[in-house]
Design a protein. Structure first.
Length: 228
């Protein structure tokens, strides 16, 4: 496996890969890819940084996960996926061994699910979704491509999170709510109704704060599902 991005999320994923291998899994981390030229040839947390993202294609057949993005730039994975332009088959789907996934749930290419998250029944997770520890997805949740779900998020049944949205740590979302594309839900928020695309909501109950200028890419109809 290759991890694109040697920041916090990348390092967390590297530790999760090590845990999976220690538990008897077959994962083997070859190294980080990172576009910061100062990191190339060095190590981050004991893992080599092989070079920039342009190496991904030449390092086939190793699977790639894109571990970039933050609440300040939740669409970073989308841009990187378009730039590296790999076929869907080159993207790994990594699930920590402690994650509970029901037999009727699905997870798309390039997605990463960290420790102790739960998918209860008929959950659909798209491509390049980042799920931090202890997130809970209940029946019939739909999580579209490039969504970020921070630690401790809990979604009631039938919630639909559109592409590129960011759910902050500890957010709670009521059943059958729709979270719009490219929107941001603040940490600890309690979401009781639909959130339009490209907006920031926070609080208990969550309220509108502002509209995001960078959300246009997420709300467009064109998508790259892992290069397919």
């Amino acid at each position: 496996m290759l991890i694109f991005g040697a920041g916090g999320f990348g390092r967390e994923t590297a530790q999760a890969v090590a845990a999976a291998r220690a538990a008897g899994g077959s994962w083997r981390l070859l190294g980080f890819l990172d576009d910061d030229p100062l990191l190339a040839g060095g190590e981050v947390a004991g893992t080599p940084v092989l070079g920039g993202g342009d190496l991904a294609r030449s390092l086939a057949p190793a699977g790639v996960v894109l571990c970039v993005g933050s609440v300040r730039d939740p669409l970073a994975r989308m841009r990187v996926a378009r730039r590296v332009d790999l076929p869907a088959s080159r993207f790994a789907t990594f699930v920590h061994p402690s994650v509970e996934v029901s037999s009727d749930s699905t997870i798309g290419p390039g997605s990463v699910l960290l420790a102790h998250s739960v998918l209860t029944a008929a959950v659909r997770i798209g491509a390049h979704v980042a799920v931090m520890p202890r997130a809970v997805f209940t029946h019939d949740n739909v999580i579209e491509d490039y969504v970020t779900v921070a630690s401790g998020v809990c979604l009631a049944g039938g919630v639909h999170v559109e592409r590129g949205a960011y759910l902050g740590a500890g957010a709670l979302v009521r059943e059958y709510v729709r979270i719009g594309a490219g929107s941001v839900v603040g940490m600890g928020s309690v979401v009781l109704g639909d959130i339009p695309s490209g907006q920031v909501w926070a609080g208990n109950p969550a309220r509108y704060l502002r509209t995001l200028a960078f959300s246009d890419a997420a709300t467009s109809q064109t998508t790259n599902r892992g290069g397919s």
